[in-house]
Structures are given as C-alpha cells and as structure tokens.
Design a protein around this ligand. Structure first.
Ligand code: GDD
Ligand code: MG
Length: 334
C-alpha cells in the first residue's frame, strides 16, 4: 500500500528549534520524527511513501540519500507554493500516480496505531474515507467529529470554539482514502482537507472513523515534542525503544540523567543534571548546570538553571543564569 505524508508546514509553533531543522527532521528517541512515523507505516503494510513537501526538500534528501527510509521507498513531491492539506495530498498523489486505496498521515504525528487495522475497518464499512480518532480532554485545538453508532461521521468540525465541540473524539491525523477523494480536490489551489473535503464527504455519507486508545501525540508544540522524547526513553511505547545517550554524545561520568536524552555530538558537563529534557545535536551544557523540562540545541553555561524552556541552535544561557519558561532566541522578537 502507498502513503502520502504531509510535511510541508513551517513548524512555527516549534520555533526556534525549527529555525535550523524542519519539524519532521527533529529527532524523537534519536531518530527523525519522519523516520519514526514511516517505521509505523511499514509495520502496517505501507511499502512506498511520498513526502508532500511545501518547501526545501534538501534536508530530507540528505537524510535519506538512498531514497529509502525504514525499508520503505521514498518519493518527494515539492509544491510550487503551499497548497494546504488537501491541495498537497492531490499534488503528491498525482505526482506518485496513486490510483488505489491509500494512506495519508500528518507528518508530526507519533503513534502506535496499527494502520492495517484502520485499512480493514475502512474496507468493512465500504468507506470513501476513514479517519483515526483519539479521545482527548480538550478537543478545541483539533478536528472534532460527531459519530453515529456504526462509525459513520455525522459532522466534522475543524478547531471548534472552546465549549462547542460535538464530542471529545479528535481527528488523529491518519486517513485511509479512496482515489475518488482526489477527484473532489481541485488542482493547483489551496484546499484544506479538514475544512472543505471532509465536510463534503460527510454530506455524501462516505466518511467513517475508528477510535483507538493507542499511544498518540502531535509533536507540533514544544511541550509535546519533549513529551514524545521522554515517553520513548521511559519505555512507554509499544514497539519503539531508544538509547538515552547517543554513542556520539559526550556525557561526563558524574552527570545525572533522569528520563532524558542526549543526541549525537551533544555535550553534558561534569556534575550537570538533566531531568525530562532533550539535548539535540550541537547542545553544550556546562559543568554543574541543571536542565529540567527543556529542549536544548544551543549553549548553557556552567551552573545555570534552565526550566520549561527551549534553547535553539543560536540560543545562549550565561553561566549561573536562571531561565524559566523562555524561548531563546525569542522567535517573536523583531
Ligand atoms: N505539503 C504541505 N503543504 N503540507 C502542509 C501544508 C501545505 O500547504 N500545510 C500543512 N501541512 C502539513 C503540516 O506539515 C503537518 O504535517 C500537517 O500538514 C498538519 O498541519 P498542522 O499545522 O500540524 O495541523 P494541526 O496540527 O493544527 O491540525 C491537524 O492535525 C490535527 C491532529 O494532530 C488537523 O488535521 C486536525 O484536524 C487534527 O486534529
Ligand atoms: Mg500538527
């Protein structure tokens, strides 16, 4: 089975991390998000993935020079301009010549979903399109559905105003689509699958959805990106595991790590402490520093105390400085 993975967004909510690396190339458990995602698609029977890219394909091509990722053949479809979710799916599917039932995934989703079970559900219901759903306490930041007893979607509402959501079941960003869905999407223009295409399929009674309680995260915000890493190293995933310290990292013998990861080339100094945090490639944490609930790509001076913060590749924390709840450099500063 073939799949389209949407990776063309700008990763705005993950700045300043995404100033230097596209969101899908940021690591979760020492491997790029996209590779974790493709590994799960491969487990579910996917053999070819087309990456729907809105801009700069180079970091992806460099990361997977053989045109293969997790044993799956990779294709690249680069839009001339961002076409939004449905426009991107149409563009990528056309460029890959997709003419049979296929999978679509939002490129920032990390999940243990059994994709083959979603395909089986889709076929049993004779659906035109099938969504994976997850129950969440606050659905307002997502697409939300109302379902009937047979799993047919009666309403799909993207990002409803707080308090107006029809249920707590959200679109978890993995779809099974019939090629007829492509015919609903005009070519060469911006079209949202959530706001235009799904409501049209609902009107024709062809949208179905399967809720599961699998592990699931949208890594698009810093605290959730961090959570995806911490969950991996803490062993909360069904199939995936990772080393806390990459073999190319440098960690002092007396440094302390609690539910944390240190990536290739990162350095953790003598007596430093890392709690529920991630040091990415390029991070340098000085002796005696404390880093808690944070993601670091830049430099943290000796004895500093960093909490609930994101330090990008150009971010610097001075020796002994206390930094709480900051992004450095500040993405919103001029
Ligand atoms: N190629 C391409 N072109 N990709 C795009 C474009 C585009 O113009 N716009 C967005 N994408 C990609 C993003 O890179 C991301 O992988 C995916 O489409 C979804 O965009 P997000 O910006 O992450 O959307 P969201 O998280 O606010 O909402 C979506 O995901 C939720 C689940 O995580 C929606 O699908 C919601 O309905 C859903 O609940
Ligand atoms: Mg997202």
């Amino acid at each position: 089975m073939r799949a389209v993975v949407l990776v063309g967004g700008f990763g705005t909510r993950l700045r300043p991390l995404t100033n230097s690396i596209p969101k899908p190339m940021l690591p979760v458990g020492q491997l790029p998000i996209i590779e974790r995602l493709v590994m799960n698609l491969a487990r579910g029977g996917v053999t070819e993935v087309t990456l729907a890219l809105g801009f700069k394909p180079e970091p992806f091509v460099e990361a997977f020079p053989s045109g293969e990722c997790a044993g799956v053949a990779l294709r690249y479809a680069v839009e001339p301009e961002p076409l939004d979710t449905a426009g991107a799916i149409r563009f990528a599917a056309d460029s890959a010549g997709i003419d049979d039932t296929f999978i679509v995934v939002n490129g920032d989703v990390i999940t243990d979903l059994d994709v083959s079970a979603l395909v089986a559900f889709h076929r049993e219901h004779g659906a035109e399109a099938t969504l994976h759903l997850i129950g969440v306490p606050d659905p307002s930041a997502f697409g939300v559905v109302a379902l009937d007893a047979d799993g047919r979607v009666e309403r799909f509402v993207e990002k409803p105003a707080p308090g107006t959501a029809p249920s707590n079941l959200i679109n978890a960003g993995t779809y099974v689509l019939e090629p007829s869905v492509l015919q609903r999407i005009p070519t060469g223009q911006k079209v949202s699958i959530e706001r235009a295409t799904f409501p049209a399929v609902v009107a024709d009674g062809g949208l179905f959805a399967m809720a599961t309680d699998d592990y699931w995260l949208d890594t698009g915000r810093p605290e959730l990106y961090l959570q995806a890493n911490v969950d991996m190293v803490a062993g909360r995933r069904r199939h995936d595991h990772c080393d806390a310290v990459h073999e190319l990292a440098s960690v002092a013998a007396d440094a302390v790590l609690v539910d944390s990861l240190v990536g290739p080339g990162a350095e953790l100094g003598a007596g430093a402490t890392l709690v529920r945090s991630v040091l990415l490639s390029g991070a340098v944490v000085g002796a005696g520093a404390q880093v808690t609930d944070s993601v670091v790509m830049g430099r943290i001076g000796e004895g500093a105390d960093v909490r609930d913060s994101v330090v990008g590749a150009d971010g610097v924390v001075a020796p002994n400085e206390h930094v709480h709840g900051e992004r450095r450099p500040d993405p919103d500063a001029g």
